[in-house]
Design a protein around this ligand. Structure first.
Ligand code: GAL
Length: 353
């Protein structure tokens, strides 16, 4: 492990410990009198107070979600606080508890662990707080609402762009975190497209792995060690997002650009790779759209409104009222008509001045 990695790990460990200690202190002080604590911790008790609980802020997309969501909530006249658990489900539960103790009116959660986060719903409901699952589904809980994109379609778009270019040969699938319900759906979508080719023998899927915590370095190291110990020449890699795609492109080394690689999130590094040709595509899921929709929903829910949604998604416990937005495939050909046109990234961000 490099000294930079060691330092990062140490920093993560220290911040996790600090959060746990803070969480414990806060639970104690809040248990005396909830009302009293509310008054002390909320800057304005008359304003709606929204808690946003993120899995991580280590990826560009979630930083953008935080900015867009907080901005939209404030625009609607409410107060908001965001906490991020950096991939640790126990920390996430502590953070949710902290916000509940502070008297949030509604919790918006991007779960680290789809099943583990059901505890957050239990804790929130015990305090009369409703929970909205943001982008990722919380499973096995009486969740109140789910707002996301059509995630099976994301996986289909990824594999489809690849097979449009190469529909035979040696393929790898590099998935996301297995504890993230989306990672399961992305893979399901990709396999919907790949299966007929695999069944006919046109595509040989030689590698198929999830990536713990969606870590790009882990995606890189896992694929690199597979390539080092197997004499295969990959034609394509369906990677579940831009982070893992970055790891894949590094693992491919000198062959980057010859191998089709998918991605997702329209992160700056990913879109630049699409523009320069080392990544085939990314999937654009408008962060502004989901963040603004989530802010509206959060305010409605906090105000006690009953919201009817067009669809429901079963999370293993119940049919959860759900809003599913449309993802868009982005290739080198349509970068301008999609993410630049929508103002997600600028021409100079991507292509330089
Ligand atoms: C997924 C999300 C993706 C990607 C990934 C890694 O749940 O839908 O957009 O960001 O997490 O954080």
């Amino acid at each position: 492990m490099s000294s930079k990695n060691k330092a990062n790990r140490l920093l993560l460990l220290l911040s996790t410990l600090l959060l746990l200690v803070l969480g414990a202190c806060n639970t104690e002080s809040a248990s005396d009198s909830n009302e009293d604590t509310d008054q002390k911790l909320r800057s304005n008790p008359d304003q709606i107070y929204v808690g946003f609980v993120l899995d991580t802020l280590r990826e560009e997309r979630w930083y953008r979600d935080k900015e867009a969501f907080e901005g939209a909530v404030r625009e609607l006249g409410a107060e908001v606080k965001t906490l991020a658990a950096n991939g640790n489900q126990q920390v996430q539960i502590q953070q949710a508890q902290l916000l509940i103790n502070e008297g949030v009116d509604v919790l918006v959660v991007v779960p680290t662990d789809a099943d583990g986060a059901s505890e957050i719903v239990t804790l929130a409901h015990a305090a009369g707080v409703k929970v909205i699952s943001y982008d990722r589904l919380i499973r096995g809980a009486d969740l109140d609402y789910y707002l996301s994109f059509d995630n099976v379609k994301v996986g289909e778009l990824q594999a489809q762009e690849i097979v449009n270019r190469v529909d035979q040969g040696t393929f790898a699938y590099v998935g996301g975190s297995e504890t993230d319900n989306n990672a399961i759906l992305f893979r399901e979508g990709a396999m919907n497209v790949l299966k007929p080719f695999i069944d006919s023998g046109a595509i040989n899927l030689v590698y198929d792995n999830y990536t713990e915590n969606w870590e790009p370095e882990r995606a890189r190291d896992q694929l690199a060690s597979f390539l080092a110990s197997n004499s295969v020449q990959l034609d394509a890699v369906v990677a579940a997002n831009d982070g893992t795609a970055g790891g894949v492109v590094e693992a491919l080394g000198a062959r980057a650009g010859e191998v089709e690689v998918s991605g997702q999130d329209a992160e700056l590094a990913g879109v630049r790779r699409v523009a320069e040709g080392t990544q085939t595509m990314t999937v654009y899921k408008s962060i502004v759209l989901i963040a603004e929709r989530a802010a509206e929903l959060a305010i409605q829910v906090a105000s006690g409104e009953e919201i009817t949604t067009e669809s429901t998604v079963n999370n293993g416990q119940a049919d959860i009222p759900s809003i599913l937005l449309e993802p868009i495939a982005v290739t080198a050909e349509n970068i301008r008509e999609t993410i630049i046109k929508e103002g997600h990234l600028s021409e100079s961000d991507i292509y330089g001045e």
